[in-house]
Design a protein around this ligand. Structure first.
Ligand code: ACO
Length: 355
């Protein structure tokens, strides 16, 4: 049987940090409210387009795998904030990397896009269509954020992560997953003004109204992720006790706590980095997974459970297996272009451009 082993991993977080106190300078909110209701302390604001974040994350993933761009058969780019819809974003990353052999596709399932991209690439490797792939979860959501709306503006940040996958005859990579969508509830997480439906309607792109029903999303997120986890564990004949680490989508610390309680998972098995980055949509789960590997939290013979949910309302839960403790072959010296702009300045520029 062929598996799709995860041989490389990398992330790219833009340097500018937007703190809760920064948000309180232009929104009626406070560090106390945001911290106690969400667990978030700061998030990143990008000074470059999403493809550049993705490119740097890919260079780092290739270096960790000890591979070059010539080794890549496929690039799957998961996001909701593609720089362009045509040509696609994966082709831009292909060009920046010089990965001319790679087929290129974009995937949009909102916040689960990185995880659906992982499924797409894994399935194509397992079925023999390709032998290697770069999987990207990346988002630059700040230019389209509804910065006047405190219900959502405090929740999101920008970032990117990438994995390099390769065909292997050893048991490795995604062993099973469950995917689904609560389509009947799609309107509780909607962004008005974002998409072709609004073309030629006299609207400035970026002038978007985020219509979220937070408490309903909260309940659906816990229900979808819990169901996904139970169904994936059942496929593999595993129980929660067999899981070494859970790396959940980071949308709200209270959602993560509710999920852990529902699945009877002890908090020491649950990876959390929400305080540093907030919710980076498509990048969130993959950035957390990459960070768990980089921190040495992934051991040999470990099963990692990764539940996620997003607009749609899509949900997913993957079990990933490592036979050996993951170790990077090398590191990349590719960096983002420098900026001296603060996150608050970047946000103020966006607000000015869209008002
Ligand atoms: N600062 C201060 N007060 C606020 C803020 C804020 N940023 N946002 C809302 N409030 C106020 C509300 O207006 C409300 O005031 P009221 O009682 O006078 O009416 C009060 O705080 C409580 O609001 P609730 O909506 O009841 O707060 P709740 O505890 O449900 O937390 C939250 C809101 C954080 C949005 C939560 O419901 C949540 O996390 N929901 C799901 C998360 C989500 O939507 N994430 C995006 C998903 S996208 C993705 O990952 C797919």
């Amino acid at each position: 049987m062929t598996y799709a082993a995860i041989k490389g991993w990398g992330k790219c977080l833009p340097p500018a940090k937007l703190t809760n106190d920064d948000l309180a300078t232009f929104l009626d909110t406070s560090d106390e409210w945001i911290t106690s209701r969400t667990g978030m302390k700061e998030r990143r604001i990008s000074h470059v387009p999403v493809s550049e974040l993705a490119y740097v994350a890919c260079e780092r993933a290739l270096a960790a795998a000890g591979k070059t761009a010539q080794d890549v058969d496929l690039i799957v780019f998961g996001s909701t904030t593609f720089d362009e819809l045509c040509p696609n974003a994966a082709s831009n990353v292909q060009r920046m990397l010089g990965a001319e052999r790679a087929a290129c596709m974009d995937v949009n399932t909102a916040c689960t896009s990185g995880m659906y991209s992982l499924t797409t690439a894994t399935a194509m490797i397992k079925s023999g269509v390709v032998r290697s792939a770069l999987v990207i979860g990346a988002e630059v959501i700040s230019p389209i954020m509804d910065w006047k709306n405190r219900d959502v503006a405090v929740l999101f940040g920008d970032g990117a992560a990438a994995l390099y996958l390769e065909a292997s005859e050893q048991k490795a990579g995604v062993l099973a997953e469950s995917l689904g969508c609560f389509g009947e509830s799609r309107d509780i997480l909607a962004v008005e003004g974002w998409g072709m439906k609004y073309a030629n309607k006299g609207r400035v792109l970026g002038d978007a109204h985020w219509n979220f029903i937070g408490q309903e999303i909260f309940k659906k997120a816990v229900a979808g992720m819990a169901h996904g986890c139970e169904s994936t564990l059942a496929k593999l004949n595993l129980t929660a006790e067999d899981i070494s680490l859970v790396v959940p989508h980071q949308a709200n610390l209270r959602i993560i706590d509710s999920l852990a309680k529902k699945l009877s998972l002890p908090s020491e098995k649950v990876f959390v980095n929400i305080e540093k980055y907030g919710n980076m949509s498509a990048a969130t789960a993959l950035v957390a997974f990459v960070e768990a590997i980089e921190q040495g939290d992934v051991e040999a013979h470990s099963h990692i459970l990764i539940p996620a949910f997003g607009g749609g309302l899509t949900w997913s839960a993957h079990v990933v297996y490592f036979d050996l403790k993951p170790r990077a072959e090398s590191t990349s010296n590719v960096q983002l272009p420098a900026t001296n702009k603060s996150a608050l300045t970047l946000v103020e520029e966006i607000i000015q451009a869209t008002s």
